[in-house]
Structure formats: C-alpha cells, structure tokens
Design a protein around this ligand. Structure first.
Ligand code: NAP
Length: 277
C-alpha cells in the first residue's frame, strides 16, 4: 500500500473505502460489513463515512467492521452542515462515536458549507480535538474561496483535507483548487472516483484497460492515486468490486496511457465552479 502524509503527520493509504448508500433500508448489512472487512484486510485501512449515510446506519456498519482492529483503521466521518454549530457539532460527534463504537474519530469533516458561520464549526472542531474525540479535522465540498476563508480563521490552517468530487470526468479542480491545496501541502480526498460506476462505460477507459490487462475501474483509480497528494475512496459493497479496486495499486500508467486519458478526458481550460454529487 502506498501512503499520503497528512499535515498532522499521519500517513494514510492512498486507497480507502467509501460507505455512501451502506446502512440504508434494503441494503444487506452483513454483506456490507464483509466487503469493508475484506478491504481492511487488503490494506485499504481508511474508511470514509458520515452521519448522513443511512442516517447513522453506515456508521454502525463501520463500527462492526472495525471491531477488534480499531487501531489499524483510520476513520473519517462528517457532520451535517445543519448540525455544525458549536454545540451541535460536539453533540453530533458524540452520536457518531457511539454508533462507531469508538472513543475517537481520526478525521472529522464539515460535509459541505451551510448557514452556520465557519468560525463556529471550527471552534467546535478545535474543542473536540483538544478533548481527544477527534484527531484531525477538515472540510468537504469547499471551493477555493471557501477554503481561503476557512484558512484565515483561527485553527483553519491545520485542516487535514478537502474531500471533493474528483475523477477523470470531473477535472475542474485542477484549474485552481488543487494547485492551491498542493501549495499548502493539503491532500485531497477524491470522492465518487468512478462517478458511481458511470465512468466505466467510457470507451477510452475500456481501450486502455484492455491494453494493460486491467479493468476500466482500475485505470480510473490508478490515474487518481498516482497523483501527488490524492487519496481515492471508492465505495464497493461487493467483494469482487473491493478486490478490483485494490488491483489499481499494481497498475502504473505509462505516459502513453496518460496522454490518451488527457485526450479523452481533457483538463479544464478555464475556472469552473466546484462540482458536487
Ligand atoms: P463511487 O465510489 O465512484 O462508485 C460506487 C459505485 O460503483 C457502487 O455502486 C459500486 O457498486 C460500484 N462499483 C465499485 N467498484 C466497481 C467496479 N469495480 N465495477 C463496477 N462497479 C463498481 O461513488 P460514491 O459512493 O459516490 O463515492 C465514494 C465514496 O465517497 C462514498 O461512498 C462516500 O464515502 C464518499 N462521498 C462523499 C461525498 C461528499 O459530499 N463528501 C459525496 C459522495 C461520495 P457496489 O456497491 O455494488 O460494489
């Protein structure tokens, strides 16, 4: 497993496990726990979850998957913007800790910017960090202007990540946000790295995959995790999908592969607003 260093000094794997859609009515809990457990055993020891996912159901499944191996896992969770007041953030974090069955969250994020002043949320994050309930904090779905504002607030410069939509078909952040984050040594967490499966139907991906003896998902993931300071968090509820994601670690794209990908999925030519799912 390759790792990325967070500003706080921790090294986290470049490939983690997403959980959106897990813990919802109609999804099989035991199958999801088995998929997460397999991912952990393969070394994908960063799990991304949120109080939003399955309204707590995903965090409960994560709790089951990490039971007995908590110290080997880096748990990321997120607070809803409408809970992100000073007191609300602390209460939400405590509820998440209970569902996760743990005494600390490794990285706690503001899920997206809402109505609550950023300084209040940040104040709560700093208090939670002081009390040991979270180890690091950060943001999600922040475009450059939000990021700059957050960075100027007390404690803002210690942010560990910006978790954003980033994949071959969504390269807008390469214009300004990604270079800014790189200048500040802040890694990004690329969510929906295969665009929830939709990217896999693109012909250019299939052609490169065939040539390299890989799959389209592996090409899409390898393109992300071979970049400096990029962590990808694909979600897979099926064991074969988990194994396939893991296989991306072994795939090194050639300059020819990259040029073909750039032609099929061009980088941005102008500023564009941050895309979200
Ligand atoms: P994704 O990881 O791009 O795609 C997940 C979907 O692709 C699932 O339906 C999965 O199916 C399928 N899949 C996985 N591997 C596959 C493969 N090898 N071949 C074919 N299909 C495959 O999308 P995502 O869940 O939106 O994003 C990943 C994670 O990022 C989320 O789970 C969540 O943790 C995080 N996220 C964060 C935000 C935010 O606002 N911060 C927003 C979106 C997502 P199965 O489940 O059946 O295996």
């Amino acid at each position: 497993m390759r790792h990325v260093k967070l500003p706080g000094g921790d090294a986290v794997p470049v490939l983690g496990l997403g959980t959106w859609g897990m813990g919802e009515a109609g999804s099989s809990g035991p199958d999801m726990v088995a998929a997460l457990t397999l991912g952990l055993e393969l070394g994908m020891t960063l799990i991304d979850t949120a109080e939003m996912y399955g309204e707590g159901g995903a965090e409960e499944l994560v709790g089951k998957a990490v039971a007995g191996r908590r110290d080997a896992v880096f748990i990321v969770s997120k607070v809803y913007p409408h809970n992100a007041t000073r007191r609300g953030t602390i209460a939400a974090c405590e509820r998440s800790l209970k569902r996760l069955g743990t005494d600390r969250i490794d990285l706690y994020l503001l899920h997206w910017r809402g109505e609550v002043p950023l300084a209040e949320t940040l104040d709560a994050f700093v208090a939670l960090q002081r009390s040991g309930k979270i180890r690091h904090y950060g943001v999600s779905n922040f475009d450059l202007d939000d990021m700059e504002e957050w960075f100027r607030l007390a404690g803002g410069a210690a942010t560990a990540t910006d978790q954003v939509l980033y994949n071959l078909g969504r390269r807008g952040i390469e214009w300004a946000l990604l270079p800014w984050l790189r200048r500040h040594d802040i890694p990004i967490m690329a969510y929906s790295p295969i665009e929830q499966g939709r990217l896999l139907r693109k012909r250019a991906l299939a052609a490169i995959a065939r040539r390299r003896g890989a799959t389209p998902a592996q090409v899409a993931l390898a393109w992300l995790i071979r970049q400096q300071g990029v962590i990808a968090i694909p979600k897979a509820g099926r064991a074969d999908h988990v194994r396939e994601s893991h296989g991306a670690l072994a795939l090194e794209l050639t300059p020819e592969d990259r040029a073909e990908l750039d032609a099929a999925f061009p980088p941005p030519h102008a500023a564009e607003p941050l895309a979200m799912l």
